[in-house]
Design a protein around this ligand. Structure first.
Ligand code: ZN
Length: 191
């Protein structure tokens, strides 16, 4: 972590981890990629090795992030997909030229082109979003139950009943709130 910047929340699904770089959208929003450097840091941590980003590329990334958020939210609640958001996702996907590489250890890596590594990385994220919104992967899009969050997340639990985008933040906060409420309800012991 870099001092002075909000931490990243890392998840197992690339596209929704990316939308999580803006959290608490319905409360006190936290921008976790406030600078081009932080976008580069996030991409590197997620297996998309870029050296640096420009302010314009940060703009493209945030536009893609909000498009994925809008489309995933619509998909989660069964609404028609917003066409402007779909256009942005498709543009980023089409512009990316990343190659999937199989390592000898049997892992997938992304090879980004030297000429446009950030655009290629955004293309990988856009393609990941397409695969979950299109329902190609085992799981279900849902919205976080926290009223200040409402992040779209990809539920891969067996029962498909996950309520929170992240157990360590939203889930935990709710648990604590319930605990405090229960505690207050109990009558004070007689003195
Ligand atoms: Zn949440």
């Amino acid at each position: 972590m870099r001092a002075g910047f909000p931490d990243f929340r890392l998840g197992s699904v690339l596209a929704t981890s990316f939308t999580g770089t803006l959290s608490e959208r319905h409360g006190d929003a936290v921008e976790r990629i406030p600078t081009p450097r932080r976008l580069a840091d996030w991409l590197v941590l997620n297996g998309l090795a870029v050296d640096s980003c420009t302010a314009a590329q940060l703009g493209l990334a945030r536009e893609l992030r909000e498009a994925i958020h809008a489309a995933a939210t619509a998909a989660a609640i069964g609404n028609p997909l917003p066409s402007a958001a779909v256009q942005v996702i498709n543009d980023r996907s089409a512009q990316g030229r990343a190659a999937a590489i199989l390592t000898l250890e049997g892992k997938r890596q992304w090879r980004l082109s030297p000429a446009s590594p950030v655009e290629d990385a955004l293309g990988v994220i856009a393609a990941d979003a397409i695969s979950i919104i299109a329902g190609e992967r085992d799981g279900k899009l849902a919205l976080c139950a926290s009223p200040t969050c409402r992040a779209a997340f990809f539920d891969t639990s067996q029962s498909r009943t996950r309520k929170w985008c992240d157990m360590n933040t939203c889930g935990n906060r709710q648990k604590k709130a319930r605990f405090t409420a229960n505690h207050r309800k109990k009558p004070r012991p007689a003195e």
